[in-house]
Structure formats: structure tokens, C-alpha cells
Design a protein around this ligand. Sequence first.
Ligand SMILES: [Zn+2]
Length: 277
Amino acid sequence: MLIDTHAHVNFVVYKGDGDEVVKRTLAEDVWLINVGAQEDTSRRAVEYAQRYPAGVFAAVGLHPIHLRAEHTEAHIDEYETVEFSSRVEKFDYDEYKKLAQEPKVVAIGEVGLDYYRIKNNESGIMEKQKEVFKKQIELAIDLQLPLIIHCRNAHADILEILNSYFMIHNSKIKGVIHSFSGRWSQAQEYLEMGFYLGFNGIITFARDYDRVVREMPLTRLLLETDCPYLTPIPFRGKRNEPSYVKYVAQRVAELRNITFEEVAEVTTRNARELFKI
Ligand SMILES: [Zn+2]
């Protein structure tokens, strides 16, 4: 079996057929964690999880791109741009805390920093993002849940913030750097703090992270799709879905020169340990 540790079947693009997608996923012996980006998508992630007796989990959190108003090309990374206007939301600690205490919620996420296309720190948006990121780290510590961290062009600040909490809370702060996009040296810093690194379809069509995938401990690697985005080869150009996590697993196996079964076994164990599922 495999676990897609970062899916968004809770997003509106699956409105018509989300449950079919989930059933197809479970039928392939793949579990999934739907990750929220705002309060409504977090709530929908919880609802999905509660509709299924097994194999579907939720993460709740406020994504940094939803802290500023402008129309933006967004999410993802340098490989893919999606046009959408982000709805601004203020972080309400108590609301998210309530949501995070629902059954089947296994993480706080996605949270983090996203400095893509921020010019001259317009209206203090970087400070705003840091402030909300810190509040959500505190929520994760409060509830003893792992973090699912989004980072775009902001590894230095993320590392600094995580380090400051790590010095006080040590192994009580844990999580995954989802869709890891840093350098090898940054990967090592996250690994030293006990964090996991998540990889998705990007590794099937770009070579940037081959070294990290090859050299990091397999016991810290998580598989994800980030669906509907970042569809792996051989389905580039189509909508992504959780069952395609198998193509990510296959690529990890190739890069490390080990079997698919070994990748499946170790990464599934990693996910079950981190998210306590
Ligand atoms: Zn995501």
C-alpha cells in the first residue's frame, strides 16, 4: 500500500466527482490525507475524512497565500502556475483549534511562508505570514500534531523560525516540508531537526531534487501528489489524483536503485508514524 500524504480532493476542482476519486484511490490500496488551505477547505477535508471508515484523513490550516488580497498566480512552484484570486482570511486560533480537534485530523497544514512574487515586502506581508505561521506552529505544539509546511522562496526564514521553536520544544515539534524545493544543505538542516521531506510528481519530470531523494535517509521521505497540481509523468497535462502517487514511488525506487516494494513499505511506515495513522 501507499499513502498520499498531501492531496487536495477537498478543493473545488473535484466538486463533481471527489468521492469517486477517493473510492478509486482506496480501491488501489492507497490512503490519503486531504490538506486544507483555508477554513472552508479545511472543513471540507474533515468532512471527507469523516465520510470514510478508513484510509482518509485531514489536515487543517491557513496557507500563506491566503493572507493577501490580490489576484495571484499561485500555489505550486516554478513548474506550474495556476491563476486564481486568493480570498483573504484572518487566522482565528480558536476556530482552527476546534476544527483540529475533530476526529481524523492528523496534522496542522498547510502552513508556512510563500514569498513568490512579493515585491519589496508590500504592506508588511512577509511579517504577516511569519506571524500566522508562528501561531499555527503554536497550535500544533498545543495539540501535539505534526505540521505540513509549504515553503516557496523562503527556506532561510522557515529554518530560522523552526529552529527557534526546536530549541525550546525539541522533538515536540515535528512535521514534513511538503513538496521539498530546497538545496541539499537545507534538506540536511530540516533532517537534523527531525523533519520529514515530501516529494511529488515534480521528481518524475525535473532533475532538481534527484540528489536529495538519493542521499537522504529513506526513513524520512514521504510520498505525496499535491493533486490536482503537479501531475506526474505519464499523465502530465491532466488533473492529478491521489492514486498517481505510485508514479512518485516508482521514481524514488529508480533514483535510489531499490524496489518499488521497499519504497512503498518504508514510506508508508514513515507516514503512519508521523501522522499516527
Ligand atoms: Zn498543497
